[in-house]
Ligand binder design. Structure first.
Ligand SMILES: [Mn+2]
Length: 312
């Protein structure tokens, strides 16, 4: 039994914490653990502040039990896919023990136990290792959740951190009865109409800088409202901008609260986590984000562009 499983068994009530503005990796990693804990009759809850706005993974076992209300008592937090504690969306009670499971390069090792591996393609893969190291049976329900996390965070097995280990895990998961075709239908073929209304509007803002190496796009609140779309429905535009042959770095700007939020994506070895860090942000080498204290998207854009060298 590993130290983390010992800590789990010694706890009275476990709070599994996923990150704000959730993605499939954080939710799937949490549900894989939740299914294991439920199988073992270990008391716990999965918390996500924004779960009401994220309903696309309803097909996963125990999804309906995810809550946006914190329990009154918990003595262990298991955080999944959270680079820092701000991503929790709340401040844990003092002295709470934390198992920190994550793959962000910028992870701050804030846990009592840190299962942090920045070279892994998804947090779900680290959850898989935890289960295997403890000889826990991977049921079809657990396997389906893990598959979703891995598939999604590796963008369909296409990111640089996808390797043989990833496929060995996937092979095992599919062997337990996971249905890749069904999952692809659920993940890829459930778009809203609003998404196809907002995407051309966002792509219309596309501008190239630095001899075409840097692409920027943005969206304004009023455009989102006109299309009835959410920020998540704009995200494909960022991938599209990065897919342009000459582009190494793509950036997506939008005003959130009293700041301009910037998502950064890169390819060809360009490290955007270093760029994000200059503005107090973080993330992965090829996928990062930061916030800039201005409501003027153009000003934010110029500030970041200034930090990028003219030539590689
Ligand atoms: Mn992740």
């Amino acid at each position: 039994m590993t130290d983390s499983l010992e800590l789990i068994k010694a706890s009275k009530y476990i709070l599994i914490v996923t990150h704000i503005n959730p993605d499939p990796d954080t939710i799937s990693s949490a549900l894989a653990i939740s299914n294991f804990l439920a199988d073992q009759k270990i008391k716990h809850m999965v918390y996500n502040r924004d779960i009401k706005k994220f309903q696309s993974l309803k097909f996963l076992s125990r999804f309906e039990k995810i809550s946006d209300v914190l329990p009154t008592f918990y003595d262990l937090v298991i955080s999944v896919d959270c680079g820092d504690m701000k991503r929790f969306g709340f401040k844990p009670m003092a002295d709470t023990k934390i198992i920190n499971i994550d793959h962000h390069l910028s992870n701050e090792d804030f846990g009592t136990i840190d299962l942090v591996e920045p070279n892994r393609g998804s947090t779900a893969e680290i959850v898989y290792d935890f289960l295997m190291e403890n000889n826990i049976q991977i049921t079809k329900e657990i396997a389906t959740a893990l598959y979703v996390g891995i598939y999604s965070d590796t963008q369909g097995f296409a990111t640089s951190r996808t390797n043989k280990k990833t496929f060995d895990i996937i092979s095992h998961l599919v062997g337990t009865g996971v249905n890749p075709g069904f999952i692809a239908d659920e993940l890829l073929r459930k778009d809203s109409l609003a998404k196809y209304r907002i995407l051309p509007r966002v792509l219309d803002t596309l501008t190239l800088h630095k001899e075409g190496r840097v692409a920027t796009i943005y969206v304004e609140e009023s455009t989102l409202n006109e299309c009835g779309a959410s920020l998540r429905e704009c995200e494909d535009a960022l991938d599209m901008a990065l897919n342009i042959g000459v582009v190494d770095v793509a950036m997506f700007f939008r005003v959130l609260g009293n700041k301009t939020r910037v998502s950064l994506r890169s390819k060809n070895g360009y490290d955007v986590s270093a760029l994000a860090a200059k503005f107090g942000g973080g993330g992965h080498k090829f996928s990062s984000g930061c916030s800039i204290s201005t409501l003027d998207i153009n000003e934010a854009k110029n500030m970041i562009l200034k930090e990028i060298d003219e030539k590689k």
